[in-house]
Design a protein around this ligand. Structure first.
Ligand SMILES: Nc1ncnc2c1ncn2[C@@H]1O[C@H](COP(=O)(O)OP(=O)(O)O)[C@@H](O)[C@H]1O
Ligand SMILES: [Mg+2]
Length: 512
């Protein structure tokens, strides 16, 4: 296969960081090339250079053997390069067709030729098996479907080289399967694909070759048929990684948390949690699996006292928790690893050491007779920072705002785990972290479980759910639609439950 794109010596800097350091990369015609790397490795930056979003400080780009100057995305499109971004850019109250032609409307004289646009969208959808209704409004379609609209936008502009930036992050397992089918169709039609991901399984499943970035440098390109997940992980992280957390079977004790028929509204005053019930015992991890936006956020906020409860009861150790005071709540020992660490977990303009003791600075030995004991505070903070491997420019005196997301997250997890709470609500505890940090945080959560803490784990990553959970509850549309032991289910079944279709099927079966 001949190369269709070649990047040579691309260097792109941002203030204080070399995001891409002298990168070479080759995409061959008709292949799926995976671009693998941890968060912050420089993947999106490199592809944004190819798509004309960023001008590199150094390097050359060749497309079909010709040296090119991609000064903006329109030039990229003219060269047949299209990019599907991580965050969708769709107008909610427009139809699919209107979104696809936005900024690129076909005209018949002075007026937009809607009919021919619509026809083209239908044809493309059929050709690549995308299954979209050209007249549906964005606000009424699923996230998976919105992604296909983004893909259609790129196809509509005749892209031959298609870049997808972490496209599976927002999809259910079924939608991922379908996306893989779509990518296979692209290749069959002679298109070439660059798939950005940090998920090794997907690479093994779909890619022909994989290029691995680590901290802004290209560390290698491998044929997928000649490698395996272990080797790729090691290349990506720079050391050996274990994928499964060693753990003994849970020994659940007394019930810690009981939630009964809970109703909670979201920001827009719509019911987000709709009659949800669950319970968690001491020494047990309950994994809450679900697609983003099915009430997880509102449930967690209700549990941690951040959101009003409209109906229902939460009991902690048998006590009606909806009625207890904030002080009692703290005494009962609830730890929280928040989803939005910058809003909820940290005070960005405080130093790291101040943040590490945020909940305890008024306790002995950190405070005596109302006077803060800085040596004690600093040495405890240092201990936590060391044991959770929190890295920062100026040690514990670093302003948290200047730290990377992964290190901010490690700081919160360290602080909350160290409190040895009786209930830990962990929301996406490893999102945005590298494989090494994930491994570490997973084993600390298991340790916490083994000390008797009840843990609610909310995660969009099924691997994480399977790896940690003793029981798995699936949330869909604000309710628990299934409860499974991990050894008795699989990703496909959970995916069906997450999308709501399995529950409907089950209900039908019981009706018969
Ligand atoms: N617009 C920007 N301004 C400053 N720094 C950036 C910008 N975009 C990315 N970076 C930094 O460049 C590095 C690489 O980021 P990115 O390409 O987004 O990584 P990836 O996509 O592999 O997660 C990171 O350290 C990130 O913080
Ligand atoms: Mg990225």
């Amino acid at each position: 296969m001949e190369p269709i794109v070649e990047l040579r010596g691309i260097t792109k800097r941002f203030p204080g960081i070399i995001a891409n350091d002298n990168i070479d990369l080759t995409l061959k015609k008709g292949e799926v090339l995976a671009l693998l790397g941890e968060n912050g490795a420089g993947k999106s930056t490199l592809m944004s250079v190819l798509f004309g979003f960023y001008r590199p400080e150094a390097g050359e780009i060749f497309v079909r053997g010709q040296k090119v100057d991609i000064s903006n995305p329109n030039v990229a499109y003219d060269l047949g390069i299209g990019m599907v971004h991580q965050h969708f850019q769709l107008v909610q109250n427009f139809t699919i067709t209107e979104n696809i032609i936005l900024g690129n409307e076909p005209h018949k004289g002075m007026i937009v030729d809607m009919a021919s646009a619509r026809k083209r969208v239908s044809e493309l959808s059929e050709m690549y098996n995308l299954n979209v209704d050209p007249d549906a409004k964005i606000e009424n379609i699923s996230v998976g479907m919105q992604q296909r609209v983004e893909i259609l936008k790129v196809l509509y502009r005749d892209a031959e080289i298609i870049i997808l930036d972490e496209p599976t992050a927002v999809l259910t397992p079924q939608e991922i399967e379908e996306l893989m089918g779509i990518l296979r169709n692209f290749v069959k039609e002679g298109k070439s694909v660059i798939l950005i991901t940090h998920k090794l399984k997907e690479i093994m499943q779909i890619a022909d070759r994989v290029s691995v970035l680590r901290q802004g440098k290209m560390v290698g390109t491998l044929e997928v048929a000649k490698t395996n997940e272990e080797e790729l992980a090691e290349l990506m992280v720079g050391r050996k990684v274990s994928f499964t957390t060693e753990k003994e079977p849970a020994k659940p004790g007394e019930v810690v948390l009981e939630v009964e028929d809970l109703w909670v509204k979201d920001q827009r005053e719509l019911d987000a949690v709709r009659g949800l019930s669950l319970s968690i015992c001491e020494g047990e991890i309950l994994g809450l699996a679900g697609v983003d936006g099915n009430g997880q956020r509102e449930l967690v906020e209700a549990l941690t006292g951040l959101r009003h409860i409209n109906k229902g009861v939460i009991r902690l150790f048998g006590k009606d928790y909806t009625k207890i005071t904030a002080k009692e709540r703290t005494d009962l020992g609830i730890g929280h690893i928040p989803e939005d660490r910058q809003k909820r977990g940290l005070i960005l303009d405080f130093t790291l050491f101040e943040n590490m003791l945020l909940e305890r600075y008024d306790e002995e030995p950190y405070s005596q007779k109302g006077i803060l004991q800085f040596p004690a505070i600093r040495s405890k903070a240092q201990e936590l920072v060391d044991s959770f491997d929190v890295r920062s420019g100026e040690g514990i005196d670093t302003l948290v705002r200047t730290m990377s997301g992964g290190n901010q997250q490690k700081a919160i997890v360290g602080r909350e785990v160290d409190l040895e709470p009786r209930l830990m609500v962990a929301s996406q505890p490893t999102r945005g972290l590298d494989v090494g940090a994930i491994e570490y945080i997973h084993s600390r959560l298991i340790e916490l479980r083994d000390q008797g803490t009840a843990i609610l784990l909310v995660s969009f990553e099924l691997d994480e759910i399977f790896n940690l959970s003793d029981r798995i509850a699936v949330i869909h549309n604000g309710r628990i639609v299934g409860m499974r032991y991990p050894e008795e289910t699989d990703e496909m079944e959970l995916g069906l439950l997450m999308s709501g279709s399995k529950e409907i099927a089950d209900e039908k079966n019981t009706e018969e």
